[in-house]
Design a protein around this ligand. Structure first.
Ligand code: ING
Length: 312
């Protein structure tokens, strides 16, 4: 690599199951173990999953009040998570963490934060693409109640300067929508980090199980390539109280190639020395936005929500 190459020691900390009976303290202990391992392998930033502190509770029917009492954080850091922030500061490692946020005003969000190497929160994101439903599907083997338990995020897709890296972030279903990455790439993102919880079984139609992993990977690979960015995706996976979620946590290069992939469905750290200059080749040439994009022909993308008539 050339001498002026900028690199980032980037780690993804995939989590195995978090069961209903698991305490936040026990979960934070696992997160800290993986941060220590990532640091020992030269990492400077660790990506944790979506809703990392609890089981994927939107699979269960309950009232919003019960969900908020049992699974939401009213402060970040809070008593259970403060040790993770302290360790980050001690090890000088930044991190992304997904959790359920209940604001002082009582608004519920599926949230993620970026914390820099001094342990300071430098960015916050609230999930915009909320999948699933809000009604009780009594016939379904489990629920997917993100539209019931969370409000649509109100912070937009932002890029944060974290330890001199232009870092964007999103959450889970967001990774399936190309608009997510393009809005951040138009803000000069170099890396996009995200967490996910993806059930293996589709409760809406009889989708072959392998497609869950296929669509997860092509979404990440295409978006990394089409925006000249690194993408790091951390899953919470395995069988949570009998409900299975996919693993395949990955780090994808701006080439669209998977450079690291988790092999298990347990707690597993994958690490890459990400060459941030690699993205520049793509952003300078094939995806030189300023030279090649023609927004005057893209208007439907922001004017229409659902598909409609062909343009006259
Ligand atoms: N989970 C899933 C995800 O987007 C899903 C929901 C799966 C939607 C597959 C569509 C297809 O990975 C979350 N939490 O968004």
């Amino acid at each position: 690599m050339s001498s002026n190459t900028r690199t980032l020691g980037l780690a993804v900390a995939q989590m195995g199951p978090v069961h209903l009976a698991d305490s936040r303290e026990a979960v934070v202990h696992r997160l800290m173990e993986m941060m220590r391992e990532a640091k020992s392998r030269g990492s400077e930033f660790v990506v944790y999953p979506e809703l990392a502190l609890t089981t994927f509770f939107p699979r269960y029917w309950m009232s919003e009040k019960e969900a908020q009492e049992r699974f939401f954080e009213v402060s970040m850091p809070g008593p259970a998570t403060q040790p993770l922030f302290d360790l980050a500061r001690e090890l000088q490692v930044g991190f992304y963490l997904g959790y359920a946020e209940l604001t002082p005003e009582g608004k519920p969000y599926n949230t993620a934060i970026i914390v820099d190497r001094t342990g300071r929160i430098t960015g916050k994101y609230r999930k915009i693409h909320l999948p699933g439903h809000s009604d009780h599907k009594t016939e379904a083997p489990f629920q997917h109640l993100e539209k019931k338990f969370f409000d649509v995020g109100d912070l937009g897709f932002r890029v944060f300067d974290t330890d001199n890296i232009h870092m964007g972030m999103c959450l889970c279903n967001d990774r399936r929508w190309p608009e997510t990455y393009r809005v951040m790439a138009l803000q000069s993102a170099e890396v996009v980090v995200l967490g996910y919880n993806t059930p293996s079984q589709n409760i809406h139609w009889n989708e072959p199980v392998h497609l869950r992993t296929t669509t997860h990977l092509i979404s990440l690979q295409a978006s990394a390539y089409q925006n000249g960015i690194w993408v790091a995706a951390a899953g919470k996976c395995g069988s949570e109280d009998g409900f299975h979620m996919i693993g395949s946590s990955v780090i994808v290069a701006p080439t669209g190639e998977i450079v690291a992939r988790a092999l298990t469905e347990e707690d597993e750290v994958i690490c890459v020395k990400a060459d941030l200059s690699l993205g520049e080749f793509f952003r300078e040439h094939v995806f030189n936005f300023a030279k090649h994009r023609r927004p005057e022909h893209y208007k439907l993308i922001t004017e229409r929500t659902g598909a409609g008539e062909a343009l006259a």
